[in-house]
Design a protein around this ligand. Structure first.
Ligand code: ATP
Length: 346
């Protein structure tokens, strides 16, 4: 039987690396942290990595890829990995990679993502092709606006034109219906080994300054000329009404089914393995309990970080601490032990 001792789990020292490496260690794997020089402190302090490989920048990943291949390492991609390399470069990775690489193009492109979610039958905020069509509150999202910095809200065409003047930008933007409701980020895991979809947990984000504006009176907000920004600073755990759970499972299932029909950029063929491993649907839940999904992340999200010791939902299923990082490692472990490693590499 293949032995997990012959493999190592690696990720970049950022984003969700602590839980990925800790989870891999708990499952019995050797762990490697690829770290930017000077950023290793948390990974050393928490003792999650057996080995460090240093780079000047994550963009130099390809310089050290061969070292990882030599160690029989399996890469667990996370948000920083995809963001530093870009979905296109990820396609060129030769080392073992957990997850379908071709899916990353679909999650990284707002238009493609919309087609995917739409075909899966999910409700999404409306998009307005031109400012003239604005007939409800809208949120203007600039492309490449890291962490939602500089987004603004407008209630009419006139207000849109007034406010857009403050943005010099050559950058494109999208005008999206503003959904009044609460943000709910649903964390999923789909295992190709067990063929089962799991709901791992939920979070809401802690964003500066959006989450602080309500602490001062509306008049003071206006006087201070505060502009809303959504810079993510952390994540807060959340449990949702139990009666909504069936809807959450259905949404996840439909997204997975649809993902198997998406076309791979490289081969021009459907991505038959589809989406698997951890993923997240980012939605606003309105007062009628409709989920309006505005984004999908086809990899582990930082919102799972509060659950390094497991979430209320993983506790129900596992009776042992089960972070999303550990769940990934367990999937890999089971695949190795059942001689099915190919099924989980993409
Ligand atoms: P990215 O990952 O692309 O940088 P993000 O995950 O930070 O983006 P955004 O889509 O940029 O998320 O949204 C930023 C914030 O705006 C979040 O708090 C989200 O809840 C809120 N938001 C996004 N779209 C809408 C919408 N259509 N209606 C209401 N609120 C929204």
């Amino acid at each position: 039987m293949a032995n997990i001792k012959d493999y190592a789990i690696v990720t970049l020292g950022s984003h969700t690396a602590l839980q990925i490496l800790k989870g891999a260690k708990d499952e019995g794997f050797k762990t490697i942290c690829v770290c930017v020089k000077g950023k290793e402190r948390p990974y050393k302090s928490y003792g999650v990595a057996d080995e460090f490989i240093f780079v000047d920048s994550f963009k130099n990943f390809f310089e050290i890829e061969q070292q990882l291949i030599d160690r029989n390492a399996i890469m667990i991609p996370h948000g920083s990995f995809v963001s530093y390399l870009g979905w296109k470069k990820v396609q060129d990775i030769k080392m073992m990679h957990y997850g379908t690489k071709g899916i990353l193009e679909w999650e990284s492109d707002r238009n493609k993502e919309r087609i995917w979610l739409g075909d899966a039958g999910l409700k999404q905020p409306r998009i307005f092709a031109t400012p003239e069509e604005i007939n409800c509150p809208v949120i203007i999202k600039f492309h490449g606006a890291k962490g939602g910095f500089g987004y603004f809200i407008a209630n009419s065409t006139a207000e849109f034109y007034e406010r857009i003047q403050n943005y010099p930008g050559d950058e494109g933007y999208v005008i999206q219906e503003y959904i009044v409701g609460v943000p709910v980020y649903s964390h999923y895991f789909y295992s190709p080994v067990t063929k089962e979809l799991e709901v791992m947990g939920f979070d809401k984000r802690y964003e500066s300054n959006a989450d602080s504006i309500g602490r001062i009176a509306a008049k003071d907000q206006l006087d201070a000329g505060i502009r809303t920004s959504y810079t993510i600073t952390g994540n807060m755990p959340l449990v949702i009404r139990e009666s909504i759970l069936p809807q959450v499972f259905e949404m996840g299932e439909r997204v997975i089914e649809e993902s198997r029909k998406l076309i791979d950029y490289k081969s021009g063929q459907p991505l038959t393995k589809g989406l698997y491993g951890p993923f997240c649907l980012e939605a606003i839940l309105d007062p009628d309990l409709n989920f309006y999904v505005f984004e999908i992340s086809a990899r582990i999200v930082a919102g799972t970080n509060p659950y390094i010791n497991g979430s209320p939902y993983t506790w129900l299923r596992y009776n042992e601490p089960m972070s999303t990082g550990r769940r990934v490692a367990r999937d890999i472990k089971q695949a190795i032990e059942q001689d099915r490693l190919e099924e989980i590499l993409g």
